[in-house]
Design a protein around this ligand. Structure first.
Ligand code: T5A
Length: 219
């Protein structure tokens, strides 16, 4: 890989997505390393969360509790955390030309709240426009796996969080919603078969990222 740094006005916004236990945490460090090899040091962050206040909202969202959380409460908490994250961290970084690498973003809302919870996609779209304006990720890597396998991996790590307690049907709808996003806007998405051994997953990631970087900065 080239070691020339990329220099241009606005930084690039890359997100990584997928159903539970798909390997985002495992692979995000690898993506960072691939970008480092191109002279790019991205700001690393995640959703829900990414700032002190947004991380507090994350705790509210993930903690299992006796009182069921209403679906609209969940949706508004997610966008409340996102509004904070955008203003405090993502936009300032992009505006100064830094790249941002984020573990989940609004595609997760379309997948989990739209696909999983069956909330109206237009409502999500309206909140997306309100909170983000025109900002969308430049590249979305979707790690795709059979939800059964991902859940097995995730549940080996300890007590399930509020989302991990959902049914297999829920996660099948989440996966289908992710794949539907790709069909609607294929140029912004890169689907990775995450059911393969880690070396193969990372090989796919590397090839996809190189194509993205070459496309943005042809030699
Ligand atoms: N949420 C989030 C919404 O509902 N709406 C939204 O808008 C947003 C932003 C938190 C939750 O919030 C919800 C969705 C989520 O439920 P999260 O913290 O990203 O989001 O939660 P998880 O998806 O649960 O993230 P995890 O950290 O649990 O899973 P990862 O990061 O995908 O998986 P990872 O890397 O920890 O890997 C899991 C295990 O699998 C192994 C790893 O070693 C690890 O043990 N593994 C592999 N094993 C074999 N082969 C491979 N290729 C492997 N890759 C990884």
């Amino acid at each position: 890989m080239s070691s020339l740094p990329y220099q241009h006005g606005r930084g690039c916004f890359i997100t990584i997505e997928g159903t539970e236990g798909v390997g985002k945490t495992t692979n995000i460090a690898y993506i960072r390393q691939c970008l480092n090899d191109h002279g790019i040091e991205p700001v690393m962050t995640r959703e829900p969360g990414g700032t002190d206040l947004a991380e507090s909202i994350r705790v509210l969202l993930l903690e299992p509790r006796v009182e069921p959380m209403a679906e609209m409460t969940e949706l508004f908490l997610i966008f409340a955390a996102r509004a904070q994250h955008l203003v405090q961290k993502i936009k300032p970084a992009l505006d100064t030309g830094q790249w941002v690498l984020c573990d989940r973003f609004t595609d997760a809302t379309y997948a989990y709240q739209g696909g999983g919870r069956l909330l109206d996609k237009n409502t999500i779209g309206n909140l997306e426009n309100l909170v983000q304006g025109a900002l969308r990720p430049d590249l979305v890597l979707i790690l795709d796996i059979e939800p059964e396998i991902g859940l097995q991996r995730a549940r080996q790590r300890g007590d399930p969080d509020r989302f991990e307690q959902e049914t297999l049907h829920f996660f099948r709808r989440v996966r289908a919603a992710y794949l539907q996003r790709v069909v609607q806007d294929p140029d912004r998405y890169l689907i990775i078969d995450a059911g393969q051994p880690l070396d193969d997953v990372q090989r796919q990631i590397k090839v996809g990222l190189q194509a993205f970087l070459l496309n943005r900065h042809p030699l």
